[in-house]
Design a protein around this ligand. Structure first.
Ligand SMILES: Cc1cc2nc3c(=O)[nH]c(=O)nc-3n(C[C@H](O)[C@H](O)[C@H](O)COP(=O)(O)OP(=O)(O)OC[C@H]3O[C@@H](n4cnc5c(N)ncnc54)[C@H](O)[C@@H]3O)c2cc1C
Length: 375
């Protein structure tokens, strides 16, 4: 007789893959359902800080995830005249990589499969019950000791359990793309400097992510109909950022716009169902920690379930221990997004101060400096 505990995990993103891999490492039988026909994350590039990197190490995905990715060391904030407002140098003892998302997801999926996770593509779940029954879009029902909902901001599993306390569309959003490096960029060798350039309420974030690619994020107000248009209106963006005209011309048409969201749940679980990642705690990307928190919460979920045999009790302990840091991360991310809607002089003063204030830097980097549970 097979005494292994069984988990059904929904979502092949950062949270689902982290939870699935960590559970399988602890002897669970794990099946992960991804509704798409391939594991293909949207969003082009990503920053993963020390906390997330430690989780990737534990999952056995680190080496493959960071292969070829630059070690980020400096972030410059510039104004609409390309003048430097502040320069932040990351503490070299705390790693930060900027990486192509697909590379991280591939590395996590490979590691999860090696640990025994069965990944089922083209498999959509629609609802779950607290006693561990999962309903698939096909109508079939699956029973599990544990269901993990890592199915993103529009989580059907979360909504089937009525767990949302607050869900809010934020005033801004982003278009993200990867572009090929020019021969000059490839030759320059400095892959570790990120440039965040503001013009009015728009922003261009320039981040090298591999030997051959740069990740570009354009952010704008959700009300900025021209700014959020895809394919992007190049002439309009060049008017806002004349000094970036050559870069704007290199942006390809396969861009997509996403509005930032904030989500808070009444509870991160219901009976045998745990909810994590953007489904539970979506946040704006101002400190690049959404996936970091998703991965930390995936690993720590498996850690607490390993120590407490009763599932509902383990999920309560997990939430009690992990939720405060995630909520700090949400608060600081929302706070740092506030100046987006402020007049330019006020925003400039805030950004300059935020880049220099030791207190602000400590708040902003608290999540990155945290040693994740289970690492
Ligand atoms: C502009 C922007 C920049 C960001 N930059 C960073 C950054 O630099 N660093 C960082 O750490 N975070 C960053 N984030 C946040 C990060 O992208 C998210 O927090 C992270 O992707 C959440 O992972 P997830 O697995 O919870 O959800 P998702 O990545 O949304 O994955 C959910 C998966 O579930 C699948 N799915 C959905 N519904 C179902 C269903 N019913 N059945 C089966 N499968 C389903 C989806 O297809 C998807 O594969 C950024 C976010 C934005 C918007």
């Amino acid at each position: 007789m097979n005494n292994k505990r069984h988990a059904e995990v929904i979502g092949g993103g950062f949270s689902g893959l982290a939870a699935a891999g960590a559970l399988a490492q602890r002897g669970w039988s794990v099946r992960l359902h991804e509704r798409s026909l391939e594991l293909r994350p949207s969003g082009a590039g990503i920053y993963i800080y020390e906390n997330g990197l430690r989780v990737l190490e534990k999952l056995g995905a680190y080496d493959e995830a960071v292969k070829g990715a630059p070690f980020a060391h400096t972030r410059e904030m510039r104004d609409e005249h390309n003048r430097v407002l502040s320069v932040h140098r990351w503490d070299p003892s705390k790693r930060v990589f900027s990486i192509v998302r697909q590379r991280v997801i591939n590395a996590m999926a490979d590691a999860a499969r090696k640990n025994g996770v069965e990944i089922v593509l083209g498999s959509e779940a629609v609802a779950a019950t607290p006693d561990g029954e999962l309903t698939m879009a096909s109508g079939s029902k699956l029973k599990a000791d544990l269901i993990v909902a890592g199915d993103g901001v529009n989580s059907k599993i979360r909504d089937s359990l009525g767990l949302v306390a607050k869900r809010k569309g934020l005033p801004d959003g982003a278009i993200r793309v990867l572009i090929a490096k020019t021969p000059e960029e490839m030759a320059s060798g400095d892959g570790g400097t990120t440039i965040e350039n503001w013009s009015g309420s728009r922003r261009i974030l320039y981040t090298p992510v591999s030997e051959t690619e740069v990740y570009i994020a354009l952010t704008m107000l959700h009300s900025d109909e021209i700014g959020k248009r895809t394919p992007i209106d190049k002439a309009d963006w060049k008017r806002a950022f004349p000094h970036w005209a050559a870069l704007i011309d290199r942006i390809t048409d396969d861009a997509r716009y996403d509005r930032f969201e904030y989500i808070r749940l009444k509870k991160w679980s219901s009976g045998r169902v745990a909810v994590l990642g953007d489904a539970a705690h979506a946040l704006p990307p101002n400190i690049g920690q959404g996936a970091g928190c998703s991965m930390m919460n995936g690993l720590s979920l498996a850690y607490y379930l390993d120590r407490e045999p009763d599932i509902a009790t383990a999920l309560d302990v997990w939430e009690t221990n992990e939720r405060p840091l995630t909520e700090h991360t949400q608060r600081i991310s929302v706070f740092l997004g506030l100046p987006t809607t402020w007049p330019t002089p006020l925003r400039r003063a805030f950004l300059t101060l935020a880049g220099k204030s030791k207190w602000m830097i400590a708040q902003r980097t608290k999540t990155a400096r945290h040693i994740p549970t289970g690492t």
